[in-house]
Design a protein around this ligand. Sequence first.
Ligand code: PMV
Length: 324
Amino acid sequence: MNDAIPPGTLPLSARAPGKCIVFGEHAVVHGAPEVVFAVDLHTQVLVRPAAAMSLNGDREATDRNPYFRAAVERCWPDGSPLEVRAVSRIPRAAGLGSSAAFVAALAAALRSARGGVGRAELAQLSYEIERTAQGVGSAGDTTAAVGGGYLVVNGGDGPAIWTVNGPEQRWEARRIADPGWVWVVCFSGIPRSTASAVRAVTARLERPDGPRLLDEFKGVAAAGLRAIEQEDRRSVAELLSRNQELLRTVGVSHPRLEALLEAAAPAAEGAKLTGAGAGGSILVLPQPGKEAELVRRLARAGGLAYVVRAAPEGVALVEDRASS
Ligand code: PMV
């Protein structure tokens, strides 16, 4: 699954998964481990030559959409016009990695048209595009979109599948065996900005108790990694709650997220917010067999819930009948 993206000829289609962070969001920006899985909700792009550059019919997209602009600048330097269509099952601004999936899929299609690209290079490139567009953040989301499956960034032992270099730090990515679990993710309907949540948490961690809090984040993520490797659901459930406590303490929970966590509790083993928080989504480990009940409970509480599992594969070219 670490195969390269092969060379291709336009029109080309590629698709990439979103992601769910199980442990370590925010702290990963400050060097802590993050456990993440690529989720089986995808964004697919179709790219073909055209008379004018557009994204889903919008000819101003290179001005309006910083992800699109950064991807085109990095992967399509001659700027010859392209029609790009993107469709996605990942809700946007929901903490589920829609922008990373879009960036990885578009970069894969464009670099395929330019002779192909290795997966490690694509992980670096997708991170740089997202970082340019967003201004802050870690390589976790783009690593999941490119790598697929369960991954740990900044943690674990054994050989790294790749290292992504950022301006202030580097992120090593390692694979974790998929425990085969079904999860429920639920979007609160409240969109938020990753960049402002990251900046707020960064400021919070600069206060006197910041180093102690960061150590606690690190401890929870390292224990969470071990628990997932041992397929120990009970420990994972407990650690999800501890991670949620820490995220509350650094100020990125939200009354709507707390209401969803409460609604989920009777059918859940454990749960926490996932992604940048301050809105966005929660991730729930359901009590086995109670997935449908959980979805009903969350819908009654006003959330948009999905029953998900890990997508084993990262970004890939796909046949798209609309392109032929
Ligand atoms: O909410 P999302 O999908 O943008 O995820 C953000 C995760 C953070 O750890 C808060 C930031 C990052 O880039 O790792």
